[in-house]
Ligand binder design. Sequence first.
Ligand code: PLP
Length: 655
Amino acid sequence: MAKELTKEDVWTVEDSEKLYRVALWGESYFYVNEEGHLAVRPILGDSIGIDVYKVVQDLRQQRIQFPLLIRFQDLLRSRVTELNTAFRKAIEESGYGNSYIGVYPIKVNQLHEVVQEILEAGRPFGFGLESGSKAELVAALPHLEDDRTLLICNGYKDWTMMRLLLIGQLLGKNVIPILEKFSELRLLLTQAAELGVRPKFGARVRVSVTGSGKWAASGGDSSKFGITISELVRLIDEVSLNGVADGFKLLHFHMGSQILDIQNLKQAVKEIARIYATLRKRGLEIEYLNVGGGLGVNYEAGEVTSPHGINYTLPEYVNAIVYTVKEVCDAENVPHPVLVSESGRALTAHHSVLIVEVIAANARENVDEPLPPGAIEHPQVAELAKLFNSLADKSVRRKSLPVLLETFHDAAEKRQDIGLLFELGYLSLEQKAAAERLYWSICTTINRMMQKRNPELLPKDLVAMKEQLTDQYLCDFSVFQSILDYWAIGQVFPIMPIHRLKEQPSRLATLVDLTCDSDGKVDRFVSPLGSKNALEVHRLVEGEPYYLGFFLMGAYQDILGDIHNLFGRVTEVHVYADAEEPDNYFIEKVIKGTTVQEILAVVQYFPNDLQRRMEQLIQQKVKDGLIRPKIGVQLLDQYSKAFHEYTYLGPDDGI
Ligand SMILES: *Cc1c(COP(=O)(O)O)cnc(C)c1O
């Protein structure tokens, strides 16, 4: 009995890990260390750990401003290895008769260092790239160092793009344009003739299965992408007629990002494999079968069996592809194609973490300090104080839910009575204030006592109470710059404090950002029930920074982010693991975030002009005798300094 009592009373790092579902969204990479800090093991199969909070303290000491994005470059490499080795394993175990080549769709995160890191980690596996626009193609093409490295180009293509793709082929590179619509064939054929290249190409086919979830429209009959089956038939006739049928190298489909249900994928793979087999039998020597992207990331931190988020793991995804293609090809008696996939999200999401400082809290008042003498003289207020003390009583600490519920009901009733008495003039303002603080303290305490319990089994009155307890934590970041998908499509991201994790979080909060936009807030968080509308956080301590980590930031968010309210790109820090270094890491690079001057230039304001205008305003006031000339110079100086500042909040001392 006594032992159980302590277990209930003491908050451990395991409790934090469980509460924030770290093992589910963080896979094998993220954990809470013994010091109660969030930590990362970025290297697959290596136990070397980096304390994220220590990195943050280090950066703070170097006076690097927050918010900032930490990239764990090793983790990016680990994901590339994980995907490739999973395919190798499945190919070996199933006896699949060909290989796998992945390509990284750079639209997911085009940052040069991300692309380079992926290419480098992928070199042993022959990993390539995918581009979907002119600018992406221009960026990707010169990175094909090895002639065998695959570059796939999706997206609608114009004259220039087709020309560049064929130039790639002319240089002996393994570049494959994917025909997204039938008319692109003309463009390809005329330019190939001009350049004297025997063109290689592929086609994106609309499979009839649609994915599920937010990106379902990328596949299916009414998708804006790909050619229909009847167009495919025409395409085959046309290429045979033009004598370039031997250049038809690849069949492609893409169901859309973040496939939720593995069954949908299997169906689509089955369909494309059938099409492949049919074309093979007609004598077309298609080499590659490209199953697109869509490998999901567990943002919702759901169990594989839960109804929220993706219902499979990376190995299951890989097996579904390898075994399904093998089965169809064996049944149709055609050779196994080289398997290609275009995973982007699953490779990049985990490697970056956004670190945000909480600036202030709009909190429910609690009785941290003793109540003013005389406040609880009134018997009704004294009753509330008694209820509050009963919760603190150690010997009866382990309250059963019915007892907690009863305490809450009693407190709510007392509060109502007190409200009435106040209206009738029987209570002073101080007494009413004390009662309010007592009431909220009782609720907070009850909430804390329920924290380890299964949220699905809580009485509805206590769930409603919990919702009333929510504070607002003001955070130094912009939802629109850093987590656009949260706002745009309701994607939840795992968010949690990165320190104080040995301490039980005593508050519930929604997060609000710096923008002057009521949508600039986060009020849905990962939970076993799908989502919850407040996050468990710690009480802010005066003078001590409090940091939240936003996780799985590496896919799409960086590039989708916009400059609402002129908050610019955040500072980026690239961190590598190194066992020789004191805390197992070194900071390889800091890329400073956008300055005020840079963001203003985007909307056509320039320092010279602004400074001249400001100077005129000041000179006028000097002339009017409102300010002295020396002060005028200082004011202009202050104004000019702001051009070089970060767009987010600076330190309180202004340095
Ligand atoms: C966006 C896209 C991908 C990447 O999808 P993920 O879900 O990020 O893996 C792959 N292929 C094509 C054609 C795409 O448009």
